[in-house]
Every structure is written in C-alpha cells, then in structure tokens.
Design a protein around this ligand. Structure first.
Ligand SMILES: Cc1ncc(C[n+]2csc(CCOP(=O)(O)OP(=O)(O)O)c2C)c(N)n1
Ligand SMILES: [Mg+2]
Length: 337
C-alpha cells in the first residue's frame, strides 16, 4: 500500500503525456470551470432555483479520474456532481437545462442540480444524502462482477461522508466481496462549514483503507496528472483482479458550500482561500503543458474559445427549453398499485 502523497514536480520538463491528451485534460477542466461560472451567473439571475453546489477548484479530480475510464465504466457521485457528469461525457446543454428545471434536462427538469443522471454515459447520479451512494456503488460493482463484466465503478464522495456508517459498510463489503469499485474521496477539508479536524478522529482519510485491507493512497487533488496516475493504478487493479481501492484526493473548493454560502468566508480565512487559489488546477496544468511544449498559447486560446462557445450554446439551449408540463409530476416515480 502506498503511503505517500503523489505530487508531480512543478518544473517537470516532460509530463509523460502527448499533446492530444494534454489538450483533452485542459479542455475538460476548462469546460467544467466555464459551465459552473455560467451556472452561478444564471443562479444570480434567478434562472436556477433550489440548491447549487459549485465544483470550482476541484476540476482536476473528475477530469484526471475520468481520463482513465472506458465509456462503459460507471461513475456515481454526491450533489456536487456537475463536474463528474460533464467529465463522463454528458452534453453540457442537457445538464444546464436540468439546472434550469427545463424539460430537455437530463432528468427532464425534475431533478435539478443535485440529481443529474445519464444512462447514455453510465453516469449514475447525483445523490443528495451524504454517504447514501457509497453502498449503491458497491451494488453496481457487485452486479458487474455477478454478470461477468470487466467494467469498473468510480464513486466520488466528500470528506463529510467518511464519518457516516455507509462509508464503512461499503468499504467492508467492497473488500469482503472483492468488488471492482474505486472509492475516490474528494477531501476539500470542509463539510459545509465544519472542518475536517472537527469531524474526523482520523484525518488521514486514505488510512481507512488499511483496516479493510483495501489498497489506498493520498494524492494531490489539484494535480490532474497525479490524480490520473493514482486512479489508473486503481482501475487496473479493479478491472483485472476485482480489487477495490480507496483514494483520497486532497483538493479545495474555491467557492462556498452552495450559492447560499457564496464565498465560504465565515469558517475559512481569506488567506487560506487565496493560498489555495495559487494551486488552481487549471493554471497549474496549463503552465506545465506550456513549459513542456505540449501546448502553445494559440492552442490554449483556441481551446478557450471552443469551450466558451459550447457553454454559451448550453445556456441558450437551457433558456429555450420549455418547462416540464404539470402532468409529469406523476411520471417516473415509484408508486404502489
Ligand atoms: C445524511 C445527511 N446528513 C446531512 C446532510 C446535510 N449536508 C448536505 S451537504 C453536507 C456536507 C457534506 O460535505 P462533504 O461530504 O465533505 O462534501 P462537499 O460539500 O465538501 O463536497 C451536509 C452535512 C445530508 N445531505 N445528508
Ligand atoms: Mg468536503
């Protein structure tokens, strides 16, 4: 079991990836960032109701992890899931329409920000109850194994899920039944306004893997390549040996918990937030790709333009989509009789 935090050197001359991959990683992170900036704008304009939890600052985790997956692998997440769903390949326009509560949204406008699902890309939600989807991920992995498949499941969750019973039940079953699931904890150091130190007796989250005999490691979650390498190791173990893994990605949310806590300024110091912004995963990776000669300034401008155009289209699509009809309130639900 690895015990160190994996971090690539900032000045590494060669990143060990090709231009195509560099372009894809940067594009996917920029797409998430832009999508969420536009979602925040739409929320302020009253176009999005209910909850909205932004992933800004954490993009390297979803993008690094997804870059190791096949399209038929599964991803499942909590409520801060726009980035995971986008990274898995969902159409930004249909996600935006869901946030707007419109009928062309991924969940027909009936789920909203916290309940994105997309069978087309094997994205299994979007779960608002902290910890609830961890046993579901184990169940999906069990189904894959039972049916003789070789897909894997990546389950994203926050540090706030670790003290919950579901985390421990799921880790136990995954280890006991040797399930092809990767538990990927996004440790952003806060659960709403509660810091990690106030909630966990053991703050080295990766160590919980040890007691269950699950391969585990911590990784710099602001470093897309470090995340990619750690998850690739876990995917290889899961796909071939049906061995689960626990990865703790150390990351940071630049915004508050939700739009009701826009800056997270009550429980964090301004200095802390500014210090973490120096580790902005998009800027760090962009600069490394430039320094390594993988991308030029013109490439980056082209990616940026492409991303901005696509997200503008997503907003226009969401704006144009009608509201779901009232009769839809009684469809897609479980009911007796
Ligand atoms: C079982 C349960 N308890 C409490 C809540 C209220 N709640 C919503 S988000 C949250 C914090 C979770 O933090 P974390 O898992 O670290 O995720 P992050 O928001 O940092 O991404 C809490 C306690 C909930 N949704 N579900
Ligand atoms: Mg957290």
């Amino acid at each position: 079991m690895a015990q160190k935090t994996t971090t690539r050197e900032a000045a590494a001359p060669s990143l060990g990836i090709d231009t195509d991959l560099a372009r894809r990683l940067l594009r996917d992170m920029m797409r998430i960032r832009r999508f969420e900036e536009k979602a925040a704008e739409a929320y302020a304009l009253g176009k999005i109701g209910g909850f909205l939890h932004l992933y800004i600052g954490e993009e390297a985790v979803a993008v690094g992890a997804t870059s190791t997956l096949r399209p038929d692998d599964y991803a499942i997440s909590a409520y801060r899931e726009h980035g995971h769903c986008l990274a898995k390949g969902s159409d930004p326009a249909r996600i935006m329409a869901e946030l707007f509560g419109r009928r062309d949204g991924l969940s027909k406008g009936k789920g909203g920000s916290m309940h994105l699902f997309d069978r087309g890309v094997n994205f299994l939600g979007g779960h608002a109850i902290v910890g609830a989807h961890l046993p579901i991920a184990a169940g999906v992995a069990f189904a894959i194994k039972y049916q003789g498949g070789d897909q894997v499941v990546v389950c994203y969750f926050g540090d706030g899920a670790v003290p919950e019973g579901e985390f421990h039940e799921a880790m136990n079953l995954a280890a006991l039944w040797k399930l092809p699931v990767i538990y990927l904890c996004e440790n952003n150091r806060y659960a709403m306004g509660t810091s990690l130190e106030r909630a966990l007796a053991q703050t080295e989250i990766w160590k919980f893997g040890q007691v269950y005999g699950v391969p585990c490691e911590a990784v710099d979650g602001m470093d897309v390549l470090a995340v990619r390498e750690a998850v690739a190791r876990a995917v290889a173990r899961a796909r071939v040996d049906k061995t689960p893994s626990l990865i703790e990605a150390r990351t940071y949310r630049f915004r508050g918990h939700s739009m009701r806590d826009p800056a997270g300024a009550v429980y964090r110091t301004r200095e802390e937030v500014e210090r973490e912004k120096q580790r902005d995963p998009l800027i760090v990776f962009r600069d490394r790709a430039l320094a390594a000669g993988l991308l030029g300034e013109a490439d980056i401008r082209a990616i940026e333009k492409d991303v901005n155009d696509r997200i503008d289209e997503a907003v226009a699509f969401a704006d144009a989509s009608p509201e779901p009809p009232v009769e839809w309130l009684l469809t897609d639900i479980y009911k007796e009789g």
